[in-house]
Ligand binder design. Structure first.
Ligand SMILES: [Zn+2]
Length: 426
């Protein structure tokens, strides 16, 4: 860009820098979230001309964030346009998941690529803050020791609790029995990596992951219900996460459904979680008070798959309560699609009919477009993928933060469409 000395031109220069940053971000975000795209597709999507896209892609190549390849010959008429894809190792973050039954750590690169991960089950008896933080540090050390050496740019943490995103302060995690934990600060000391740390609620981050690259992709209004030991949800409304005043929104597990119902882990009575969560599942199959966890859920699913009638009946009851709560959310939020993740994703085949019945009975607009209730797509890694997403966000917003290498070895490819003669073919 040419800079001029007059104030008006200087302002235009600042504005152009902002525009350039936005355009770099748009291109990087597109290939990060949706996979490889040709330069001509990127030009169409961004509304920029091809030479501008070529220059922007060249900048991203120079920073090691994307790479280009010549498309394979398609046999179709027309000149091929280079394909732009992220370099997963171009920016790597550490993703951490703190759930009730396990700790997971992963090295996640651009494109949501999990380069390495470790998941370790935890006893529910040994989950004091000190023990869990020490375990995260140890797991991270083992992970880095076993993986290719990479520079970690940032750390994203998904935790099964209510978190203030601004400072990573955990307000309460009923199922971990934690309260008022300065989690970001504690992890910063324990991990000793001098990089930014962002902490989010696990259900919010699962929702972000599913909305970016899972079953919520392409929707503007999307809910993901996430069940592990507890129940949470993330809500996307008009394309944006619904966060509330302090980022604490989405605690649907604690919607009061039965004013005089059972006591919940949160201290209140009759929360939705008490009718659909893991405790409710154990109660429904006659195992109330026994230890929960993934192995117990495996037993339930195995019994359901065998066609055990008592189990199927219990799951229909859970499905009915799922449907009651979801009908409330549908009437309130008008989503296009609802994803069931974690525990609920696994139960989906057995609870879907009861959910559909309740939705049909209680939805105000049931005669209009149906709401899809589908299992989540990203499975157990969804919290890690979402945690990586918030850790990568500053770079995705401003790719110029990544240093130019100048020695990438791969100059930008020529876009055939800029050439007078179609010289190169793959
Ligand atoms: Zn509650």
């Amino acid at each position: 860009m040419t800079r001029h000395s007059s104030p008006a031109s200087a302002f235009a220069g600042v504005a152009s820098d902002a525009v350039r940053r936005q355009n770099l971000s748009a291109i990087l975000r597109r290939v990060h979230a949706h996979g490889p795209a040709s330069r001509s597709t990127l030009a169409t999507l961004t509304g920029l001309n091809r030479s501008t896209v070529g220059a922007l892609v060249g900048d991203l190549v120079d920073r090691g964030l994307v790479e280009e390849s010549n498309p394979s010959a398609t046999g179709l008429p027309g000149r091929p346009s280079p394909i732009v894809a992220v370099r997963p190792t171009g920016a790597v973050v550490l993703a951490v998941e703190l759930s009730v039954d396990s700790i997971a750590v992963g090295l996640v690169g651009l494109g949501g690529t999990i380069l390495a991960r470790r998941r370790t089950p935890r006893e529910r008896e040994n989950r004091t803050v000190d023990a869990v933080i020490a375990a995260v540090a140890e797991e991270t050390r083992l992970l880095r020791g076993s993986a290719e050496p990479v520079e970690i740019r940032a750390i994203g943490v998904a935790v099964a609790g209510v978190v203030r995103r601004s400072d990573g302060f955990l307000v309460v995690a009923p199922n971990l029995e934690w309260r008022d934990v300065p989690l970001r600060q504690r992890l910063s000391v324990a991990l000793g990596l001098d990089v930014p740390i962002v902490v989010g609620n696990d259900a919010d981050l699962v929702t972000l992951a599913e909305h970016t690259r899972g079953v919520g992709e392409g929707t503007t209004d999307f809910i993901c219900l996430w069940g592990e030991a507890g129940v949470g949800a993330g809500i996307v409304s008009e394309g944006r996460p619904l966060r509330g005043r302090s980022g604490l929104a989405g605690e649907v597990g604690h919607l009061p459904l039965r004013p005089n119902g059972r006591r919940c882990h949160c201290g209140a009575r009759g929360c939705w979680e008490t009718e659909i969560g893991e405790d409710a599942l154990l109660r429904a199959i006659g195992r109330e008070g026994e230890p929960g966890g993934p192995a117990r859920v495996d037993d339930v699913i195995a019994a359901a798959e065998r066609g055990d009638s008592a189990t199927l009946e219990a799951l229909a009851t859970i499905g009915g309560w799922l449907g009651v709560g979801l009908a409330g959310l549908v009437n309130l939020l008008d989503p296009q699609r609802i994803a069931l993740g974690g525990l609920f994703g696994r139960l989906h085949p057995f609870v879907a009919p009861a959910i559909a019945d309740e939705l049909d009975r209680r939805r105000m607009t049931r005669h209009r477009e149906p709401v899809e209730v589908v299992p989540a797509e990203l499975g157990v890694d969804a919290p890690l993928v979402g945690a990586a997403e918030i850790a990568l966000a500053p770079l995705l917003d401003n790719p110029s933060d990544a240093p130019a290498r100048g020695d990438s070895g791969q100059g930008p490819l020529r876009d055939m469409n800029e050439e007078v003669t179609p010289a190169l073919t793959a």
